[in-house]
Design a binder for this molecule. Structure first.
Ligand SMILES: Nc1ncnc2c1ncn2[C@@H]1O[C@H](COP(=O)(O)OP(=O)(O)OP(=O)(O)O)[C@@H](O)[C@H]1O
Length: 351
């Protein structure tokens, strides 16, 4: 990791809801220990890596900080990791903050005015910056200037402060929520995609070797197939399976251990967890297969609408369990089948 890393002020909500606060804190620490530090160690996303390598090398050859970078994609796919890698590859420090951590434009002004030449400013959940801070970012990113307000009311005046050249790395799970003027100020936008199973398998082997856990090829493949295309989930499941191995004195994690541990944590053969199943049950049983609106659905399963929308839904839609229609979410035949329920006759049979 690059020198000068400041603490993360607001990691996004995690998708597995099965850990206590203490465990979660420990696992944030292990998230750090499992982070690859270079592009070479970053697994998968080959096109993105190639683009990033070209982009960073060109800036280094030109001897200037690279343009601002936007990393977009669902939670847990490696946006924070890539931001750290950018700083590492450039050999510069990184300052870390997040949209929700910046409550007033003044918070942002004090971060911006303390940046050093070439420094990377990582803003997680950049779509959640308050409006005034967003506007401050437009000028800071384009003209490397911040206008500091002095005084209040009619006597207030603004003093322009020139900033050193720096690189913003913004991460967002909701690219559509970024206002276009902000989006337009990023010179390079990288879209992270869900990982195919063979890449997740490599990632699990890499993490297992960092954690000093032996795991068979078949066990790694099974873990990969239940990880919803998401590195963070793969690492988390690996840790749960490692716990199982420790408690049962296993030298090597095999398929039986994976099966037993994931059964215990209610992760099913398709990688669906309790909340996913609750969502499918609600759509099928309570709303007769849908369509149902997001807020009704979230209320029925007792979760925030944003969690249902950003954590459960993308995977359920991608795997063909749910369909989003203009009138709401509709369960597919696959969902009914997975739950082992025969759909009633009056159910929407289009899907
Ligand atoms: N391509 C990858 N290769 C190896 N490990 C990865 C990769 N992508 C992610 N990881 C691991 O997965 C975990 C989660 O990644 P990270 O925190 O970067 O995700 P994120 O996209 O920033 O998530 P969020 O949006 O929730 O903040 C980290 O521990 C990281 O080590």
């Amino acid at each position: 990791m690059a020198d000068g890393i400041k603490p993360n002020l607001g990691a996004a909500e995690d998708s597995l809801r099965m850990v206590s606060a203490q465990t979660q804190q420990n696992e944030q620490l292990s998230d750090e220990e499992l982070r690859p530090a270079s592009l070479d160690d970053f697994i998968g996303q080959p096109r993105l890596k190639e683009q990033m390598r070209l982009f960073l090398t060109a800036a280094q050859k030109r001897g200037v900080p690279p343009d601002h970078i936007l990393l977009a994609g669902p939670p847990g796919l490696g946006k924070t990791t890539l931001a750290m890698i950018v700083a590492n590859e450039l050999g510069v420090p990184v300052r870390i903050t997040s949209g929700p951590a910046i409550q007033h434009a003044g918070d942002l002004a004090s971060i911006l005015s303390s940046l050093d030449e070439g420094e990377v400013l990582f803003i997680d959940e950049i779509h959640r910056l308050p409006r005034a801070a967003e506007e401050m970012m437009y000028i800071a990113m384009e003209d490397f200037r911040v206008d500091v307000m002095v005084g209040k009311g009619p006597g207030a005046s603004s003093i322009p402060l020139t900033l050193p050249r720096f690189t913003v790395v913004g991460a967002t799970t909701r690219e559509g929520m970024l206002p276009s003027p902000l989006r337009a100020r990023f010179g390079f936008t990288a879209h992270l995609d869900y990982y195919p199973d063979d890449e997740l398998r490599k990632l699990i082997h890499r993490s297992a070797s960092v954690l000093e856990v032996s795991i068979t090829e078949e066990a790694a493949a099974q873990l990969a197939s239940r990880s919803r295309g998401t590195p963070r989930i793969a690492n988390r499941l690996l840790r749960r399976v490692r716990d199982w191995g420790v408690v049962h004195d296993l030298d090597v994690i095999d398929e039986d251990a994976v099966q037993a541990a994931l059964d215990l944590y209610q992760i099913d053969s398709q990688g669906l967890d309790r909340l996913d199943i609750a969502v499918l049950n609600a759509v099928c049983r309570q709303f007769n297969g849908g369509p149902v609106g997001l807020s009704n659905l979230a209320a029925m399963v007792g979760e925030e609408a944003e969690t249902v929308e950003t954590v459960c839904e993308p995977y359920l839609v991608r795997e063909g369990f749910l369909i989003r229609t203009p009138r709401g979410r509709v369960a597919t035949q696959k969902a009914w089948k997975h739950l082992g329920i025969v759909p009633p006759d009056d159910v929407n049979s289009l899907f």
